[in-house]
Design a protein around this ligand. Structure first.
Ligand SMILES: [Zn+2]
Ligand SMILES: [Zn+2]
Length: 256
């Protein structure tokens, strides 16, 4: 599995099965085609799309034209190419994998994620711009309650799930996480680990879901320490989980 860098901080995830290649959220066709040029035996035959934003879909037309790959994407969103629409409960069969589709609205209205359990390996999750390591996507089209429910769905996946996020936002997310939970020792250790990886020019991803539950404030917005930090920042006690989550997200939006 390869996180192929694109634009400033996107990753196009590539997955290989025998001679076949799967790509996720190819915002940039050239990045994928150049990679394929070094792998002449591989055939790009399937593309998974999580949501409609251009940095995830900009390469679709060119890639479909060049390779004939089949595209799967959210039923509730418009994509620039014909695609097989998928919603929660659908399965996408590819190679030996059975991708389960999860509805995770919030960042966009129809955002989906793909989860699979390869035999003998830890599970894989492609979650686009919903869950990032140490953070979550901005609420462009959905409500805080929707995003909280979507993150709850993802948080209940197996702890050893490899979380393949679509952006390398980890270090800036962890700076914010640290401001929320300065006493979280696991967070500090994880931040050191990620700083070292980035120092070597390596991706911090995939993340581990179990680790994210321990360090990601957006998966921890019901924790007393996180609630206290939110209340301290806003000067008021949130009325419910969704309001606390919304306040946490707003705090992050303005965080420098
Ligand atoms: Zn997006
Ligand atoms: Zn994006």
């Amino acid at each position: 599995m390869t996180p192929l860098p694109a634009f400033a901080d996107n990753y196009i995830w590539l997955l290989q099965h025998q001679q076949r290649l799967l790509a996720v959220d190819p915002g940039d066709a050239q990045a994928v085609l150049q990679w394929l040029a070094h792998e002449p035996d591989l055939q790009l035959d399937a593309i998974l799309v999580t949501h409609h934003h251009a940095d995830h879909t900009g390469g679709l037309s060119e890639l479909v034209q060049a390779t004939g790959a089949r595209v799967y994407g959210p039923a509730l969103e418009k994509l620039p190419v014909a695609h097989t629409p998928v919603v929660q409960g659908d399965e996408v069969l590819w190679g030996a994998l059975r991708w389960q589709v999860l509805d995770v609205p919030g960042h966009t209205a129809g955002h989906v994620a793909y989860w699979a359990q390869p035999e003998g390996e830890s599970p894989l999750l492609f979650c686009g711009d919903t869950l990032f390591s140490g953070g979550c996507g901005r609420l462009f089209e959905g409500t805080a309650a929707q995003m909280l429910a979507s993150l709850d769905t993802l948080a209940h996946l197996p702890a050893d799930t490899r979380v393949c996020c679509a952006h390398e936002y980890t270090l800036s997310n962890l700076r914010f996480a640290h401001a929320v939970e300065p006493g979280n020792a696991q967070l500090q250790a994880y931040e050191q680990h990620c700083l070292a990886l980035r120092g070597q020019g390596q991706a911090t991803l995939p993340a581990r879901l179990g680790q994210e539950r321990d360090i990601n404030p957006f998966l921890r917005s019901r924790e007393p320490a996180v609630r206290a930090a939110i209340a301290k920042f806003t000067g008021q006690v949130a009325q419910d989980d969704a309001q606390a989550f919304a306040q946490l997200r707003e705090w992050k939006n303005g965080f420098k």
